[in-house]
Design a protein. Structure first.
Lengths: 569, 141
């Protein structure tokens, strides 16, 4: 029997066979009798459908054909499993980030200043739904939604107020989601730098700008998927030429997983979306080495801690191999997958303070998995836009994760764990299988149009609901020690005057801007769109002239038509 | 008691329109509830995303539903739900009742109920609880 192994040595095949036999013996003779007659506390299966065994040993590494140099390598080197950067959190801890926005620019600017004062290093602006869906605040569709889930941005004037006293280069990155209005938000941030007199090379803009997942999960889509994807890639192409230090696209798993797909299939769908964008850019003549370094991924797993760690590691490995082997990337930056994450747990409406440990544990998994840019949900986020106190707790939790407990002292600290390596290999297999399935159906656009993605989402959401209703997946205060769900009256609400201020500002901007300049700029956006040119230069000129978000989006609505919402469930 | 078909025979199955009004794009909850009600033997129609109150009233009347279940997570409930009730009443559909689901603060609930929203189910409610409520509360002639 080979119980104690020499340190640092991975076992020989013979020793692994011994371990496998011994592990089987232990299970049969020791564990099973001890567990006999004890009802399982829960169903031991991950949200992604993988069975979880009571114990993992080196025999599992043998089973997955684990090869250290091939499968893990070293941080900052191919295949980047252990990290996209050489020093990872040890030399350069993850970027402490906040997603924030509410009301009008004036109210929101105060919150941003406060967030920066207490240590926020990156702010992504939460936009209200009218802005995200391409409606100005004075549009009928906007009524009741202005400033509700984010800040209202109609024109560059709002951006100037939003970043008043906050130079674009004073924090590590600024940006927003803007999934369905990517070229417009890119132009707004470019024009903001011009207004502040800061060169594009001196600050970094991060956008989500991933419209395809909106059709699957998030719901702010405006146009049909194909033109929406093309407009999104215009933003990337413009950055290749003018701001290669920006990250203008973050391809998201998170809403897809949260909506029901599970993190493995969610990653497969997101990677298919990424491939669609990449191929549009390659067709325009850009090289993979130019394009890939500007893309980020946004992984997500909020049910199973160790799956979350494994998912990040598997994603980096798949990305690196895909870039190198399928797209012929040669630069390491094109193969290293940079990741943005938003820490969640299974947040509950009952007793919301319990969401603080939940989101902290969920975020810890991302930190141990090596995420680069880390956000953390406010404990009241299930209810409303975080209030100042919950935003502070979220930020402090990130600072604690980065600085206390030694979480960030060594790179990929769970690398080599029998369990985590097994989950990494199994998750990778699930993701690759999902990608093959999507490829067979016809790729990213096909799984949207034929309803495959939507079915995956609904079936997953129903499966999760059943696991909760039946108690298979324990959820404290929901199915264990249940408490009545409660949306407290302390839920954050922006001040009621924000909507009036916003409408007044928009009316004032519209009446004082140079109308002929606006008209000419919008006509050029229309021409660029019709001629299938990159729209960003014309959109930038329109934004500089204080054209509204809605005026620009209307050009695209007229040209491409609006999306038709599905009534399937 | 949630025994369908026990006692006097029902005139027909319970018909429910699940609706998304406003710009809120989160419809997983709406779809899970729709699927759950369907599985419980009800007839369910889903409007899809981003409908106006007018769209919803038209669909509710055309489909002759007993209930409209509105899912709102964006905070627009205070403006949208009372307006939906008023529009249904104006259209002669005062017998169609409204359920709301999603994220709705406690302090808003009495006001919404006074404005004619029958019942509010917050996120986290089990499907069984919603089914029981509808079975118990649906009035069939």
């Amino acid at each position: 029997m080979n119980i104690i192994k020499p340190p640092g040595a991975f076992a020989s095949a013979q020793a692994d066979a011994d371990v496998a036999a011994e592990a089987a013996r232990w299970k049969e003779e020791i564990f099973d009798p001890a567990a006999a007659g004890i009802k399982d506390r829960k169903k031991f299966v991950t949200d992604t459908g993988l069975p979880v065994e009571p114990l993992y040993t080196s025999a599992h590494l043998e089973q997955i054909g684990f090869d250290y140099l091939r499968d893990l390598g070293f941080p900052g080197e191919y295949p980047f499993t252990r990290g996209d950067r050489p020093g990872m959190n040890r030399t350069d801890p993850f970027v402490i980030s906040a997603y924030s926005g509410f009301g009008d620019a004036e109210a929101c600017n105060k919150r941003f200043r406060k967030l920066i004062e207490i240590g926020t290093e990156q702010i992504l602006v939460a936009l209200d739904l009218p802005t995200q869906c391409g409606y100005d605040s004075d549009n009928d569709m906007a009524s009741a939604e202005i400033g509700n889930v984010g800040v209202a941005i109609d024109t560059l004037a709002d951006m100037e107020i939003l970043f008043d006293g906050i130079p674009a280069d004073s924090i590590k990155r600024i940006g927003t989601l803007g999934n369905s209005i990517g070229p417009i938000v890119l132009a707004l941030y470019a024009a903001l730098g011009e207004k502040q007199g800061i060169a594009w090379s001196r600050y970094t803009v991060n956008l989500q700008n991933d419209p395809l997942k909106e059709y699957i999960a998030r719901g702010t889509q405006i146009l049909p998927p194909a033109p929406a994807a093309k407009l999104a890639t215009d933003a990337v192409a413009w950055c290749v030429e003018h701001a290669p230090n920006w990250s203008p696209m973050t391809v998201c798993v998170n809403h897809i997983n949260a909506g029901g797909a599970g993190s493995s299939m969610g990653t497969a769908i997101a990677l298919a979306n990424a491939r669609h964008y990449i191929e549009l850019l390659l067709k325009q003549g850009y090289s993979i080495d130019q394009v890939a370094p500007l893309l980020h991924m946004f992984p997500d797993e909020r049910h199973d801690f160790f799956v979350s760690v494994a998912n990040l590691r598997a994603l980096r490995r798949i990305w690196a191999r895909m870039m190198k082997e399928q797209y012929g990337a040669t630069k390491p930056e094109a193969m290293a997958c940079r990741t943005t994450v938003y820490g969640h747990g299974q947040e509950a409406l009952a007793e919301p303070l319990n969401n603080i440990p939940r989101t902290a544990f969920g975020t810890l998994a991302y930190v141990l998995g090596g995420a680069s840019y880390v956000y953390l949900a406010g404990y009241d986020e299930a209810v409303s836009t975080p209030n100042e106190n919950s935003a502070r707790v979220a930020l402090r939790t990130l600072q604690i994760l980065a600085n206390e407990h030694g979480f960030t002292d060594t790179i990929d600290p769970l690398g080599g764990s029998y369990f985590v390596e097994a989950l990494t290999a199994q998750g990778e297999r699930q993701i690759l299988d999902g990608m093959a399935q999507i490829e067979q159906i016809g790729g990213a656009l096909a799984v949207i149009s034929n309803g495959f993605a939507r079915r995956v989402m609904t079936e997953g959401a129903v499966r999760r609901q059943r696991a909760i209703d039946s108690g298979e997946r324990p959820w404290v205060t929901v199915n264990k020690w249940p408490q009545k769900p409660d949306v407290p009256n302390t839920a954050f609400r922006g001040d009621a005057q924000a909507e009036q201020r916003q409408l007044a500002r928009l009316a004032q901007v519209k009446s004082t801007r140079d109308q002929s300049r606006v008209k000419a700029a919008l006509a050029e956006v229309e021409r660029a769109t019709a001629e299938d040119r990159n729209v960003v230069p014309s959109v930038l000129e329109a934004v500089r002239a204080y054209a509204t978000v809605g005026e620009i989006v209307d050009i695209w609505r007229r040209r491409f038509g609006a999306f038709v919402p599905s009534t399937d469930f | 008691m949630s025994a369908i078909g026990v006692g006097q025979p029902r005139r027909r199955k319970i018909r429910v329109l699940i609706a998304k009004v406003g710009l809120d794009g989160h419809d997983v909850g709406a779809r899970v509830v729709a699927r759950g009600l369907l599985d419980a033997g009800m007839e369910v129609i889903y409007t899809g995303l981003r409908r106006t109150n007018e769209d919803v009233v038209r669909a509710a009347i055309e489909e002759d539903v007993d209930w409209v279940g509105v899912s709102i997570l964006s905070g627009a409930h205070r403006a949208l739900l009372p307006k939906l009730r008023a529009l249904l009443d104006e259209s002669g559909a005062d017998d169609i009742r409204i359920l709301a689901g999603g994220i709705i603060p406690q302090e808003d609930i009495p006001g919404l109920q006074a404005a004619g929203v029958d019942k509010i189910f917050l996120s986290g409610t089990s499907i069984a609880e919603i089914v029981d409520y509808l079975v118990k509360e649906t009035k069939h002639a």
